[in-house]
Write a protein that binds this ligand. Structure first.
Ligand code: BGC
Length: 669
């Protein structure tokens, strides 16, 4: 029998009270199985490793160690959808081993504000990049028989007062920026979506009927909508709006739901719709998992984590100190190089993973690469996140070495759920450590372990090179050493702009407080703003250096069945194998409505051998020229001329062509 018929049959056999139970979950991590009548969804966080609990020897709950993958930000910096699929596939095996069939991931919220405490869990400031990477991650999970839950719908872009804030956003901005990554991820048919805590234009996300209709209508989403943990205010109103499952079980809400149903506030049709979707979820997960086995060994998952870190670390600046010269004497400082606790290398909150292997030791990894390496902490962090500093010994090392590597960053005490970062700058102790090292060694290299943009104004001009390692996950020390040593070639590019200062970011100047956050900047988020207004940035969206040089050439535009085929070549003119991500932006030349100067419409990551070249082909559908028309209430493509920009970053445009769109037809100029 088909699943939808099974759902109908099961639903028809249920008492009203059983249906109502289905709407409220069972405990913290499961759906209600109605005393064995139904299979269960068993959930766990996500997104950078599995967070399951057990009772420890002392009777208290403890987290079971698991493979810790790089943060979602690092994954996004790879611009490699195959790696996102791979991470999903590996996580599916982690889940299967622990009896979890629904992973609460990935999170696709747009990075509107550099200080958002959860930016490390999210992909990008750009909806296409966030959506495509999330889609691949969902495919990887679900092809390997574990369900995904795409979160947090919608407009939870700061942690500040997240349970109450109303994100006040106009319809066009919602459509073009904030819904978009969900819409793209929905192409992978995720089994569920999680609503956020906040309100959207005054309505709690758990009661956001308009948004749920958009998901189920425009995006073809056919799964269940699940609440964020404790995000439901009024269970009956949420069910009426289309929120299928409240998590975790909340007795008070359940009792109120019963009373409201009896008072006629929820129709049987509404109840059946939600209960039916919860049954469907449970059956779908059961079907997916039937007879399926774990496919990879834990060591393979560790290897996958390393591949992601290797492609996701971004070389931001390099005046020649990197790669390290063979035989160089290297001195390393900063507790991030060799932390007592791996949590220093991760963001905090529900995504935090207990590392299966706690050791992270960059000095040892550099020694293993053949360098004479000395380490002196220089600065450290104690348990309550206060910093200690002893610059003397580290400074002596810096003076006596060929290259000085200073490891700085944030960690779970500075980047975490339920709070935002206070500053985009590194703590003063760390800035001082960098400046002291730079005074003594002209080959000072800064390695940053963080999950979001950093203001480097205090020291960037004093140092030779900067490598953004992000939160690199297990095995990140080996990968990092190999990148520094030139055994691997950096190929990560920024999935978010690094502004010069926080005050340059429109969202940071928008009012936030008194229960409402005005998204007054509208579409002017990230590079859309900086490119349109010509505001200088520290490192632009899409920027990332390599030890190779790439030459772009031979741009060809061709109409193909109503779409535009864009082909060009990239040549690796260096003597090293490398990787390059080409980015395609569309710029409307004389727009009839406000349009950002350029918008990312396609990207392609290529591995290119030394001296070799590849031909890249991207296809732009008509929708690549569209915007959401507020007056017509639909996606619209205006006639006119558009530039096709092919770039190595959002500002480093290498090739440019033009097309005219007329009556919906694309003509190459
Ligand atoms: C977070 C979700 C998470 C859930 C369950 C919430 O606080 O916002 O992302 O999945 O907790 O841990």
């Amino acid at each position: 029998m088909e699943r939808k018929d099974r759902v109908k049959k099961l639903l028809a056999g249920l008492q009203t009270e059983q249906k109502l139970r289905l709407l409220c979950g069972n405990g913290a991590w499961r759906t209600d199985d109605l005393d064995g009548l139904l299979p269960q969804a068993v959930m766990s966080d996500g997104p950078v490793g599995l967070r399951t609990m057990r009772k420890g020897a002392d009777g208290r709950e403890e987290t079971i160690p698991a493979v810790a993958y790089p943060s979602v930000q690092v994954l996004a910096n790879t611009w490699n959808t195959s790696l996102a699929r791979e991470m999903g596939a590996m996580l599916a095996d982690d889940c299967r081993e622990r009896g979890v069939n629904l992973l609460l991931a990935p999170g696709v919220n747009i990075k509107r504000h550099p200080l958002n405490g959860r930016n490390f869990e999210y992909f990008s400031e750009d909806p296409l990049l966030a959506g495509e990477m999330a889609k691949a991650y969902v495919e990887g999970l679900q092809e390997n028989d574990v369900g995904a839950c795409v979160k947090h719908f919608c407009c939870n872009n700061l942690e500040y007062d997240r349970l109450h804030q109303s994100s006040e956003v106009d319809e066009r901005t919602l459509r073009e920026l904030y819904y978009r990554p969900f819409a793209i991820a929905c192409e992978a048919k995720p089994v569920s979506v999680m609503c956020s805590y906040n309100r959207i234009n005054g309505t709690y996300a758990s009661e956001y009927e308009k948004g749920f209709e958009m998901l189920r209508g425009d995006c073809g989403f056919d799964g269940a909508v699940i609440s964020d943990w404790g995000a439901v205010r009024d269970r009956c109103a949420a069910a009426a709006a289309g929120l299928d499952l409240e998590m975790p079980f909340d007795e008070k809400n359940y009792k109120k739901l019963l009373a409201d149903y009896e008072a006629g506030k929820l129709t049987d049709e509404q109840l059946d719709a939600c209960a039916g979707r919860v049954i469907d979820l449970a059956l779908r997960l059961e079907e997916m998992g039937k007879g399926k086995k774990v496919r990879s060994a834990v060591s393979e998952r560790g290897d996958a984590a390393k591949c992601i870190a290797a492609e996701g670390m971004v070389l931001l600046k390099n005046d020649g100190a990197l790669p390290l010269q063979a035989g160089a004497k290297v001195s390393v400082s900063g507790c991030y190089a060799k932390p007592d606790d791996a949590r220093l290398l991760a963001g905090g909150g529900s995504s935090q993973v207990e590392w299966a292997k706690n050791a992270f030791d960059l000095p040892a990894a550099l020694s293993a690469c053949g360098f004479e390496t000395v380490y002196e902490e220089g600065f450290g962090i104690d348990t309550i996140w206060s910093f200690r500093q002893d610059v003397r010994a580290a400074a002596e090392n810096a003076a006596g070495s060929d290259v000085q590597i200073v490891c700085v960053g944030t960690g779970n005490g500075l980047e975490f759920e339920e709070g935002d970062r206070r500053s985009m700058r590194l703590p003063a102790v760390q800035e001082k450590a960098i400046l002291e090292a730079a005074k003594r060694n002209k080959n000072t290299v800064v390695v940053i372990f963080a999950g979001a943009a950093i203001d480097m104004s205090a020291w960037i001009d004093d140092v030779n090179a900067v490598l953004f390692a992000g939160f690199p996950g297990m095995g990140g020390d080996e990968v990092l050493a190999e990148l520094l040593a030139g055994k691997r070639n950096p190929s990560g590019k920024l999935s978010e702009t690094f502004p010069l200062a926080l005050t340059d970011v429109p969202a940071a100047n928008a009012s936030c407080g008194a229960g409402a956050t005005l998204y007054r900047e509208g579409l002017d988020v990230g590079y859309r703003y900086f490119a349109t207004y010509g505001v200088p940035v520290l490192f632009p969206f899409g920027h990332g250096l390599s030890y190779s040089d790439f030459r772009y050439a031979d741009l060809r535009l061709k109409e193909e069945n109503g779409a535009l085929a864009v082909t060009f070549t990239i040549e690796n003119t260096s003597a090293r194998d490398g990787g390059e991500t080409a980015q395609l932006y569309v710029r409307p030349c004389a727009p009839r409505v406000y349009r950002p100067d350029r918008e990312l419409k396609a990207f392609s990551k290529q591995k290119i051998g030394a001296g070799g070249s590849v031909s890249v082909c991207c296809r732009l559908e008509r929708s690549a020229f569209a915007y959401w028309s507020a007056s017509r209430d639909c996606w619209t493509v205006d006639d006119g001329v558009y530039e096709i920009l092919v770039g190595a970053s959002s500002v480093d445009i290498r090739l440019c062509g033009k097309v005219r769109v007329e009556n919906g037809l694309i003509r190459v100029l």
